[in-house]
Design a protein around this ligand. Sequence first.
Ligand SMILES: [Zn+2]
Ligand SMILES: [Zn+2]
Ligand SMILES: [Zn+2]
Ligand SMILES: [Zn+2]
Length: 258
Amino acid sequence: MKEETKYICPSCGWTSNLDEKESWPDHCPNCLSGIHETDEEGCECGGMLEPVGIWVRESDAWEIVERCRLCGEMTAVEMSDRDNLIKVMSIASKPLSSPPFPIERMEELTRIMGGQGEEEGKMNRENKKRKYDKKYFRTHPCMDPFTCKVCGWPVVPAGAGSGHRNHCPNCLYSLHLDQEPGDRASDCHGRMEPIGVWVRKNGEWAILHRCQRCGKIGSNRIAADDNPMKLMALAMRPFGSSAISREEIRDMTASMEG
Ligand SMILES: [Zn+2]
Ligand SMILES: [Zn+2]
Ligand SMILES: [Zn+2]
Ligand SMILES: [Zn+2]
């Protein structure tokens, strides 16, 4: 009987006796890893879910974005009171310790790119100018420019620095077109909101997107011309949130200092 209520983390070995009211945790409070039971199609996976990023919901509640090491699928789990704060904070701060551009040049880069960071009115005028200036597109070697449905930005596929443009460089929104990256096999077509950034194994940043229609979470590599100000704002979101109080951080550091 007792063994049935004992939780042992398959990743770090952390153990806990669960009392009767407690439900089986969907992630380990110590290392935040979990097990990917079934994928979107309902197939059993069994891969290890690794925490990669923090999603600050509109309600200010935090969710931990997990990525399956086996199949690559992403999912979000609610942060619990028992979660290891040090681990949570280290995930939240990881992107800031490896920014994809020199932070001191962020404003300059944002200006060069022509995106937000300046006041909105200016951006809109700039937008219109770009939109109706046919010459702009003529001087850009792209075959298929399109207008971002979210912010109205004229998106030029060739500016991305890679063959594959999968989100708007200005507002960073994407569309839910893929089941697997690049396959264009989804018929959802919902808007995918940028909810955070995470650092891939090679140190590169990727944007975490969540579909506003179906809730699917995906990840897209950042592109060379992405709005630096917007990227930084995403990375810093957890630090402007009140989900973790100053008292909690103070207690945490106090316990670390011993
Ligand atoms: Zn663990
Ligand atoms: Zn999986
Ligand atoms: Zn946009
Ligand atoms: Zn969707």
